[in-house]
Ligand binder design. Sequence first.
Ligand code: SAH
Ligand code: DHB
Ligand code: MG
Length: 220
Amino acid sequence: MDENIFSKVDDYLIDLFSLEDGVLKKTKQSIVENGMPEISVSANQGQFLYMMAKLCNAKRILEIGTLGGYSTIFLARALGDPGKLVSIEIDPKHAKVAENNIARAGLSDKVQVLVGDALKILPTLEKDFAPVDLFFIDADKTQYVSYFDLAMKLARPGTVILADNVIRDGKVMDKNSSDESAIGARKYNEMLSKSDEVITSVVQQVGHKDYDGIAISIVK
Ligand code: SAH
Ligand code: DHB
Ligand code: MG
């Protein structure tokens, strides 16, 4: 099949449902202008995140991997009042760009970007930011299992844990792959398949981004 059709349909849907407003367009622009990687979720994927947060009536959202705040804006827009989103970002430059974009979106009062390694920051959140209603794991794929373990400490029955990029062009199937991200995602999927603590559905995704997928887990 012509893979370009997936991008064309993505455009069709983004246009039909008006999924990317000026604030989101400026956020994407800022990522390009600052030479940051163009790996934000697509607008359709962002809308999916927004739906997930709405479905679980999220009041506390925790994102791991902010980049320019593109997915952050979709998620934070789903928050009710009161509602708060904490996003963890290891790169101070990314965090600064994200904070600008979040301010432009009028979401600064609801969103806090914490700068540092999520592995170090997550254990400090137990007192002030738990239980979390929804997690979006989207930082380095090599640490996904550790992020999950730390997320579970901040979770309650019913908490939703989303993990981006768990298909990686199908490379997750390949036992002999040397792609670190694919290896990390493969380990994550395996862990989920064996876990008694969550139920999971992995959804394959196509569109502007390469063929990939998202793991949707619910804490039992
Ligand atoms: N969620 C964003 C994309 C995130 S890209 C979106 O869809 O719009 C992944 C981000 O994770 C990068 O900005 C990277 O700097 C950050 N990151 C990588 N390792 C990290 C770590 N250990 N802790 C926190 N952030 C990390
Ligand atoms: C990469 C990271 C992502 O979070 C993503 O959605 C796509 C690609 C990457 O590191 O290549
Ligand atoms: Mg991602």
